[in-house]
Ligand binder design. Structure first.
Ligand code: NAP
Length: 478
């Protein structure tokens, strides 16, 4: 076996197959391998004319077909299968070779694998890849972590096959060990929030205006021409205008209303709890999916829990649509602001040194949350790389500020009329919370000191204090 392939892909289900084709289309000689050989054979049979593939049935031949330092992309089911493939690869590799895990790994697994393989003299690059199967084929957004040295050889290839926006690749080095998979995880969390917010906007337009899916689809298509322009708004317009061939009904109306979650949303929320970062938009979006799937609870509640809700009385249709658009935009900025806070906190915790502006830049194309306004986020972090709060950047202060009254009207109308808007509402609550001069947390601190002697700080002097609540109520330095 001649070692002539510049990169290898093992795991040729939908993602690996398309990624391998993308490498081949960019002129790379690609070694391809899959646990069951049939997938390797069908890739070469169906798409051999995409470029130069070197198929192998055994892992040993696959590794032998690669130029050194070997670059092996693993694109298998995340979790145990990834460990199984690494275990098979390691004895066949040599010092300096690079294993790239492009699956959706949980970042603590990536940190563990990177540390284990570093001891063996191998580079392990945990890489986020977003864009689904279409992105993998035509240019995804790529978020590689691992050691910076590995990016020197690997980076140019990944940048080559990534999506481009204004000629700029949607791929950059993210940071050491698990940084790439972490950023991909938060990306997916933001995707959850974005989708939930769009769904709430749709529900408000449906219930408030009594509009058809077709009409709402047209409203989304219109929104896609402005600040909200994004892949998710675009596909929403498309989906809402799609008609079910069998029944002739709006397609969205024949779909069971139970949303699934594969795990990255849950991981994002779990990690935010660990770090103590309030990502309320993402959390509400994740819980909204869980509520939709709470079948026994929903069955017990439908038609039983009293609504005591008002009736929609929209007198100015266009004004209501504009209110919902502004509420959607503002809530979306909150979700991103919170997601970037989570990235900053993890970067600090793990010493990753993540450039948040660069992350917004590589999300502009190829990925599911690609959107026009990511340019504005990149600019915000370029203005101030240490920005404490994205919402407080002057551009967002102004654009969100212009829509605050709309946001309040929409959230209060939804509450009065009994329409659930967990992400819209919690985003507004976050906005009001983070801008509040004084929060009722002071009372919580007093309660904690009362029942658990947890102590408190005072606004008027330095130090830590405790009050003898069950005694003479004297205050002492703790
Ligand atoms: P998948 O359904 O997650 O996994 C199927 C692949 O894994 C097949 O090639 C299968 O080989 C292999 N595999 C499973 N168990 C194995 C084991 N124990 N040893 C060796 N190989 C094993 O495939 P996918 O949808 O293409 O996704 C691949 C990765 O990309 C996943 O981590 C996924 O989360 C991530 N991802 C997916 C998307 C998406 O839109 N689908 C987007 C971004 C990231 P056999 O053919 O032999 O069964």
């Amino acid at each position: 076996m001649t070692a002539r392939a510049q990169i290898g892909v093992t795991g040729l289900a939908v993602m690996g197959r398309n990624l391998a084709r993308n490498f081949a289309r960019h002129g790379y000689t690609v070694a391809v391998h899959n646990r069951s050989f049939a997938k390797t054979q069908s890739l070469v049979a169906d798409h051999g004319d995409d470029g130069d593939f070197v198929p192998s049935e055994s892992m040993a031949d696959f590794v032998a077909s690669l130029e050194r330092p070997r670059k092996v992309v693993i694109m298998v089911k995340a979790g145990g299968p990834t460990d199984a493939v690494i275990a098979e690869l390691v004895p066949l590799l040599e010092q300096g070779d690079i294993i790239i895990d492009a699956g959706n790994a949980h970042f603590p697994d990536t940190r563990r694998r990177e540390a284990e393989l570093k001891e063996k003299g191998l580079h392990f690059v945990g890489t986020g890849v977003s864009g689904g199967e279409e992105g993998a084929l035509n240019g995804p957004s790529i978020m590689p972590g691992g050691a910076p040295e590995s990016y020197e050889t690997l980076g140019p290839i990944l940048e080559d096959i990534s999506a481009k926006v204004d000629g700029v690749p949607c791929c950059t080095y993210v940071g050491p060990d698990g940084a790439g998979h972490f950023v991909k995880m938060v990306h997916n969390g933001i995707e959850y929030a974005d989708m939930q917010l769009i769904a709430e906007a749709y529900d408000l337009l449906k219930q408030g205006l009594g509009a058809s899916a077709q009409e709402i689809g047209q409203i989304f298509a219109e929104w896609n021409k402005g600040d909200l322009e994004s892949f998710l708004i675009e596909i929403t317009a498309d989906v809402l205008q799609h008609v079910d061939a069998e029944t002739g009904k709006a397609f969205v109306d024949i779909i069971l209303d139970r949303a699934e979650q594969k795990g990255t949303g849950r991981w994002t929320v779990q990690n935010a709890l660990d770090l103590g970062v309030p990502i309320t938009g993402i959390a509400e979006a994740t819980f909204a999916r869980a509520l939709s799937g709470s079948v026994p609870q929903r069955s017990a509640a439908v038609g039983v829990l009293p609504a005591d809700a008002g009736q929609w009385e929209i007198t100015d249709r266009d004004a209501f649509i504009e209110d919902v658009r502004r509420a959607l935009y503002s809530s979306k900025v909150v979700a991103y602001s919170q997601g970037f806070d989570q990235i900053a906190a993890a970067s600090e915790e793990f010493g990753w040194g993540i450039d948040r502006g660069a992350m917004a830049r590589i999300w502009r194309g190829g990925c599911i949350i690609r959107a026009r306004f990511l340019n504005r986020i990149t600019e915000a972090y370029e203005r101030d790389e240490n920005l404490a709060l994205l919402l407080a950047d002057p551009y967002f202060t102004q654009t969100v500020g212009e829509g605050v009254s709309s946001w309040r009207r929409v959230v209060s109308q939804a509450a009065l009329n009994g329409v659930p808007t967990p992400a819209f509402s919690s985003s507004l609550a976050y906005y009001d919370g983070v801008r509040a001069e004084r929060l009722p947390a002071a009372l919580i601190q007093a309660q904690r000191d009362f029942f658990g002697a947890h102590t408190y700080h005072r606004v008027d002097k330095e130090g830590v204090f405790h009050t003898e609540w069950s005694g003479d109520r004297s205050e002492s330095n703790a």
